[in-house]
Write a protein that binds this ligand. Structure first.
Ligand SMILES: *Cc1c(COP(=O)(O)O)cnc(C)c1O
Length: 371
C-alpha cells in the first residue's frame, strides 16, 4: 500500500472527510484570539439550530473523543441525590453504565440482547423506582447499527419527570432528531461522526435551564460540563483549557458542507441510499445482516461472518484494505459479525466500488482455501 493513495474509511468515525475539511487545518489560531472565539460562538449557535428552533437551548464543546463528552455529561448533570437509569443493548449503552458505576452514581441498568431493545422493562423500571431522576440511552447503537425507539423511551421518561440524556453520537447530523419535541435535555455527539469533521472534540446540546441547574454537581475538574459551558458563555467562545483550534476550523467547514448539501434531511437521504445499496449488494454476494431491515439505521450495518471454510476475517480485511477500503474491524458484538459504516464523504458509486472489491476479495479467499 502506497502512502499517497487515500483510503476510504467505512467506519463510524473517524470517517472519510472532504479535502476542504482537511485543508482548513492549515491555519494556526490562538485559543485566546477574538476571531477564533467568534468562530467557536458561531459553531455553538449552528449546533443548537441543527437540533431545534425553539428558544432556551444552548451548546457546549468539550475536548477529547466522544466518550469524554458522555462522561462529562453523566458526571456533571446528575445531582448527588439523583439516580440514573441506563439502557444497555450494545457496547455504547454498556459504556454509559460503566461510567456511572465508576463515578459511584446510583444506577439501574435495563439490558437486552443487542438484536432487540427493552420497552416493557424500561417502563417497569421507571414506574417501580421513584428514585430515578435521569435516563440515558443511545440513539443509533453503533455496535450493531440498531436504531433504538427513542420516541417511546423519551415519552415514558417524561411521564416520570426524568431528565433525558441522549447519546446521539453517530446519528446527529446524519438523521433528523427533534430534540425539543422529544423532550431531550442533553444531546451528545462529536466532531468526527455524521457532521463529517475530524476527531478532537465532542459537544453537548442542552436545555439551558437544565445545564444551569447542574452547577456544582461535577465529579471531575476537566470534565465539568457546567464550568466548561459557563466559561464559554461568560468569555464568549473561550474554552477553559487549550482548545483544539485546527479541529474546530475543520468542523466549521464541515458544518458549511452539511448546509450546502441541503441540511440533515438531505444527508440522511444520501446515507440511507448508500446503506440500502450496500445491503442489497451484500445480499447478492451471500452476506446476511444481523438485524431485521426495520431496525436498521442508515449509519452502519452488521453482517454475519459467512459460515464457510474460506472465510477468515483478518484476511478479508487485508484484501479490502489493499483495494483501499477500510471496514470496521472492532468485534464488540455478541455475534460473529463485521460492520460497514455508510457515513462520511461517501456516495453510492463508492459503495458500488466497495462491492466490487468485496467480490474480488471473496474470490481470492476461496482460491486460497482450495489451493
Ligand atoms: C462513536 C460513539 C461514541 C464515542 O466514541 P469515541 O471513540 O469516544 O469517540 C459513543 N457512542 C456512540 C453511539 C458512538 O457511535
Amino acid at each position: 500500500m502506497q502512502d499517497d493513495i487515500p483510503y476510504l474509511l467505512l467506519t463510524p468515525g473517524p470517517l472519510t472527510t472532504t479535502a476542504q475539511v482537511k485543508a482548513e487545518m492549515q491555519v494556526d489560531l490562538s485559543t485566546w484570539d477574538r476571531d477564533y472565539n467568534d468562530i467557536v460562538q458561531e459553531v455553538r449557535r449552528i449546533l443548537v439550530a441543527l437540533a431545534t428552533n425553539e428558544p432556551g437551548y444552548t451548546s457546549v464543546l468539550m475536548q477529547g473523543s466522544g466518550t469524554f463528552s458522555v462522561e462529562a455529561t453523566i458526571g456533571s448533570v446528575i445531582p448527588p441525590t439523583g439516580k440514573l437509569l441506563v439502557v444497555n443493548n450494545g457496547a455504547y449503552g454498556a459504556r454509559i453504565a460503566a461510567i456511572a458505576e465508576r463515578l459511584k452514581i446510583p444506577v439501574t441498568v435495563v439490558e437486552t440482547m443487542e438484536t432487540s431493545y427493552p420497552l416493557e422493562e424500561f417502563t417497569i423500571a421507571l414506574s417501580t423506582d421513584p428514585a430515578i431522576t435521569h435516563v440515558a440511552f443511545v440513539h443509533c447503537e453503533t455496535t450493531t447499527g440498531m436504531l433504538n425507539p427513542i420516541e417511546q423511551w423519551c415519552q415514558i421518561a417524561k411521564e416520570h419527570d426524568c431528565q433525558i440524556i441522549l447519546d446521539a453520537m453517530s446519528s446527529f447530523g446524519g438523521m433528523p432528531i427533534a430534540m425539543h419535541d422529544l423532550g431531550v435535555d442533553f444531546l451528545i455527539s462529536s466532531a468526527n461522526k455524521s457532521i463529517q469533521g475530524v476527531p478532537g472534540f465532542g459537544f453537548v446540546i442542552c436545555r439551558e435551564e437544565a445545564i444551569k441547574q447542574s452547577a456544582g454537581y461535577a465529579r471531575s475538574v476537566c470534565l465539568d460540563l457546567y464550568d466548561q459551558w459557563r466559561v464559554m458563555e461568560e468569555n464568549e467562545g473561550k474554552w477553559r483549557f487549550t482548545s483544539p483550534t485546527h479541529v474546530l476550523l475543520a468542523f466549521r467547514q464541515a458544518l458549511q458542507e452539511l448546509a450546502d448539501e441541503g441540511g440533515i434531511a438531505a444527508r440522511c437521504q444520501r446515507y440511507a441510499k448508500c446503506q440500502t445499496r450496500l445491503v442489497a449488494g451484500m445480499g447478492e454476494l451471500g452476506f446476511r445482516t444481523l438485524l431485521e431491515a426495520e431496525d436498521h439505521s442508515p449509519i452502519i450495518t452488521s453482517f454475519f461472518f459467512p459460515e464457510e471454510p474460506w472465510f477468515e476475517f483478518n484476511a478479508f480485511y487485508d484484501l479490502l484494505k489493499q483495494r483501499r477500503f477500510v471496514i470496521y474491524p472492532g468485534k464488540v458484538s455478541q455475534h460473529e459479525t463485521f460492520r460497514i459504516g455508510t457515513i462520511g464523504d461517501l456516495t453510492v458509486d463508492d459503495v458500488d466500488d466497495l462491492l466490487v472489491a468485496i467480490n474480488e476479495s471473496v474470490i481470492a479467499l476461496k482460491k486460497y482455501t482450495t489451493n
